[in-house]
Design a protein around this ligand. Sequence first.
Ligand SMILES: NC(=O)c1ccc[n+]([C@@H]2O[C@H](COP(=O)([O-])OP(=O)(O)OC[C@H]3O[C@@H](n4cnc5c(N)ncnc54)[C@H](O)[C@@H]3O)[C@@H](O)[C@H]2O)c1
Length: 369
Amino acid sequence: MTTLSAPRAVLANVRTTIPVPPVSLGQSLFRPCVHQQLQSRPAPAHLHRAQHRQRATIVTRAAGGSGLAIDLTGKKAFIAGVADDQGFGWAIAKALAEAGAEISLGVWVPALKIFEGSYTKGKFDKSRQLSNGGLLEFTHIFPMDAVYDTPEGVPEDVKSNKRYAAAGDKGFTVSEVARNVESEVGKIDLLVHSLANGPEVTKPLLETSRHGYLAALSASAYSNVSMLQHFGPLMNENGASISLTYLASERIIPGYGGGMSSAKAALESDTRVLAYEAGRKHKIRVNAISAGPLGSRAAKAIGFIDKMIAYSYANAPIQKELAASEVGNAAAFLLSPLASAITGTVIHVDNGLHAMGLAPDSATLQTSE
Ligand SMILES: NC(=O)c1ccc[n+]([C@@H]2O[C@H](COP(=O)([O-])OP(=O)(O)OC[C@H]3O[C@@H](n4cnc5c(N)ncnc54)[C@H](O)[C@@H]3O)[C@@H](O)[C@H]2O)c1
């Protein structure tokens, strides 16, 4: 395990060398055929224009007392669910770094080699730029698989899988990663769960198997319980955690299947119960962000993210494409002392789409009586 001041230094010391074929990122969610289809489809022109419009930065220090700053200097964050620079996890890492926090990552074992390779080759260098001229650094990177809690619970075929075997003898289960974080990073202040997986996400709930449903719940909801269970004891008082959820938990979103809507509903319900339990036990806060659509790697695998982005643009109160950085900034606020009285809450960061009860662009509304 390592302290990373430059990509090469960072990744040279990462404990794992996991040989993975280029498209092995989560076979269930990252299906190359769907991905390619989406990449070849041009996005609507207004989306290109809107894409980079929202790039708010976090002021790490209030200049001359003017303004309210998010200051996380001296805070240590652990973020599970970063495997490239396109998703919410990366944007949250960046926002927390802008605010001065030290960041460690838990990277999904099957994605680690690719992440490591891209990082080392400088593929993320542009997105690592911080507003102070520095670069986003990760002090430690831990191999992790959030569907396993203890080594005893890892099936034999996973243990013997070469990618998992290469993850090293310190382990990748949630309890082992928590132990590794404690010994190599020390106590942490901020915990981020930015991961989800549902092997049958493209199937309607009515056609979802028991196995697929429970797998979605395990990877996308119980993983958060497990993280708080194992990381809670090593969090400083007044620390905070967040997870990422989606509107499909509370409204019908056809196409978000495989039990993923159920998993997000569980995640949100758990946010309330865990806020109480972890609040009393560890004096930490627990919240969730319900994010609008973003064309992340995971979302592209679902198959209709471009349409969801266009739908949101057409129908949300604020007509612009959601930038991952907006979720990052909201996360930085929720994790900061500025949100010290906010816990057990799901905050929508979706340009207001959740508040709509009618789609203004509906063809039905255009027809004359
Ligand atoms: N993209 C959207 O439109 C959208 C909208 C609302 C909420 N979300 C949520 O945001 C979170 C982050 O997703 P994203 O869209 O940024 O995509 P992403 O692909 O950047 O992140 C998902 C991450 O989960 C990791 N992962 C999958 N299974 C894992 C496991 N068993 N153990 C550890 N890590 C695992 C992947 O490696 C990946 O890094 C998810 O909870 C997702 O449901 C996404």
